[in-house]
Design a protein around this ligand. Structure first.
Ligand code: ATP
Length: 388
C-alpha cells in the first residue's frame, strides 16, 4: 500500500531519486472491454519521474479510458499498473494520490476561488496557516492573486480552468492526469494556458499525463507522445520522432499534414514517377517492397522553376491553388506523372517574396530524399482513418 498518511507535502516534488530503479509508472498489458467491445488491447507504457506524456489519437481510440484506468476510475480487465515498483492496479482512486483535471472546469459554482482550491486539501489535516500559505503559493503560480473571493461565474473560461488546475495540484499529487483540459477554451487562451501548465509542471517537478486529440497541443507540450489507434498504442516517441519518423501511415497522416505519393521499391531503390532514390535507411524494411507510399511534409517539399525541356531531379507540376497561412504560403499543385494527384508545398513568406509563385505556373517539385517516409501500399486505408 502507498503511504497515505502524509499531510503537508511540499508542492515542489523532489523526484523519485536515482536509487529507485523502477519507473515512476509502469503500465503493463492493459486490456479493457465494455461488453463485447474491446476499448484497449495490450497497452504497455513506462512513464519516468517528471515526464510530461500526451496520449494522442482520434475520438474513440481509448485515450480517456486509459487515463481513467490509471486514475482508478475504471477497472481494467487485464494488465497491471505499478508506481515506483508498487502494484496499484486495484487501489481506489483516493489512495493513488493522483490529481485530475477534466475538460469541464468542474468548479463548485457556490464556492469562491479560495474555497474551490482548498477543497482538495480538506482531508489533509493541514493547519489553517499551512492552508493559507499553500493557497497563496498556488494563486501566484496560476497568476490569480487577489481573486480568491471571486466566484467561478465572475471568471473567464481560462481563469476557471487555472483554478481547477490549482485545485488538482493543491494536495501535491504524485501524478497529474489531464483529460482534454484545454478543449473547451478558445484558441488564444488555449495556447497561453498550455504554456502555463507546462511551466508549472516543470517548476513543481510533477509527472503528468494529458489526453488530447489535438496534435499541435501534443507536439508542443509533451516530452513523449503516445500515439493511439483503435485501442492500441501505435507509436511512443518524442514529438520530433513522431513528426519526422512516424512508424505507420496512420501516425504520419494523423500528426500534421503529409503528402502521400505512390512509389515503388525494388533492389533497395525507391522510384516516384521519374525520380529514383536509395530507400531511406529507417524505412528499408522487408515490408517496404513493391508498391509503396512515400510521404513528405509540405514544408520539406521544394519548388523550382521548370523549363519545358527538362525535369532532372524534379517532377513537373502545375500550381492550382494558393493559400496564405500567415507565416507561410500553402501551394497546391497537380502532378501529371503521378496520375494527377495533388501535392502541397509550404513556402515561407520570405521564399514567396524572393521567388513568387502564381496559380497556373509550371514548377518542378523536388523531394529531398532524406525526408521521405515510406510505408507499404497495403496501409493506404490508414490515411482515411487518420484524417476522419
Ligand atoms: N462506459 C462505457 N461503456 C461503453 N463503452 C464505452 C464506455 N466508455 C468508453 N466507451 C467506448 O470505448 C471507446 C474508447 O472511448 P474513450 O472515451 O476512451 O475514447 P477517447 O479516445 O478518449 O475519445 P474521445 O476523445 O472522443 O473522448 C469508445 O468507442 C467509447 O464509445
Amino acid at each position: 500500500m502507498l503511504d497515505t498518511s502524509r499531510t503537508a507535502m511540499p508542492l515542489m516534488r523532489q523526484g523519485a531519486g536515482p536509487a529507485n530503479a523502477a519507473p515512476f509508472l509502469r503500465i503493463s498489458g492493459i486490456d479493457k472491454r465494455f461488453g463485447s467491445f474491446s476499448a484497449l488491447r495490450n497497452v504497455s507504457l513506462d512513464v519516468e519521474d517528471g515526464e510530461f506524456i500526451c496520449f494522442l489519437g482520434p475520438s474513440g481510440c481509448g485515450k480517456s479510458t486509459l487515463l481513467r484506468i490509471i486514475a482508478g476510475l475504471e477497472q481494467q480487465n487485464a494488465g497491471t499498473i505499478h508506481s515506483l515498483g508498487q502494484d496499484i492496479s486495484n487501489l481506489p482512486p483516493a489512495q493513488r494520490q493522483f490529481g485530475i483535471l477534466f475538460q469541464s472546469y468542474a468548479l463548485f459554482p457556490n464556492l469562491n476561488v479560495r474555497e474551490n482550491i482548498v477543497y482538495g486539501l480538506r482531508n489533509r489535516r493541514m493547519r489553517g496557516a499551512e492552508i493559507d500559505s499553500r493557497l497563496h503559493e498556488l494563486l501566484e503560480l496560476i497568476d490569480l492573486k487577489g481573486s480568491e473571493r471571486k466566484y467561478p461565474a465572475q471568471l473567464s473560461g481560462g481563469q476557471q480552468q487555472r483554478v481547477a488546475l490549482a485545485r488538482a495540484i493543491a494536495p501535491a499529487p504524485r501524478l497529474l492526469l489531464l483529460d482534454e483540459p484545454l478543449s473547451a477554451l478558445d484558441a488564444k487562451v488555449r495556447v497561453h494556458l498550455r504554456q502555463q501548465i507546462r511551466d508549472l509542471q516543470r517548476r513543481l517537478g510533477l509527472t503528468a499525463i494529458m489526453v488530447t486529440h489535438d496534435q499541435e497541443e501534443a507536439l508542443s507540450m509533451a516530452d513523449r507522445v503516445v500515439a493511439m489507434r483503435d485501442g492500441e498504442v501505435e507509436q511512443i516517441g518524442t514529438p520530433t520522432e513522431i513528426y519526422h519518423t512516424p512508424r505507420s501511415l496512420f501516425v504520419a497522416g494523423f500528426v500534421g499534414k503529409m503528402n502521400i505519393l505512390p512509389g515503388r521499391v525494388a533492389g533497395g531503390r525507391l522510384s516516384i514517377g521519374s525520380l529514383n532514390y536509395a530507400v531511406p535507411a529507417l524505412y528499408d524494411t522487408a515490408e517496404n517492397q513493391g508498391e509503396v507510399i512515400a510521404c513528405l511534409r509540405p514544408e520539406q517539399m521544394r519548388l523550382r522553376p521548370l523549363n519545358a525541356s527538362e525535369a532532372g531531379d524534379a517532377l513537373p507540376a502545375q500550381v492550382t491553388h494558393l493559400e496564405f497561412l500567415g507565416s507561410a504560403w500553402r501551394v497546391t499543385l497537380v502532378v501529371p506523372a503521378l496520375g494527377d494527384i495533388e501535392v502541397t508545398a509550404d513556402l515561407s513568406s520570405r521564399d514567396m517574396a524572393d521567388a513568387p509563385v502564381a496559380i497556373g505556373d509550371r514548377m518542378g517539385v523536388v523531394l529531398p530524399s532524406e525526408r521521405l517516409v515510406v510505408f507499404p501500399a497495403s496501409q493506404t486505408s490508414q490515411v482515411r482513418e487518420a484524417v476522419q
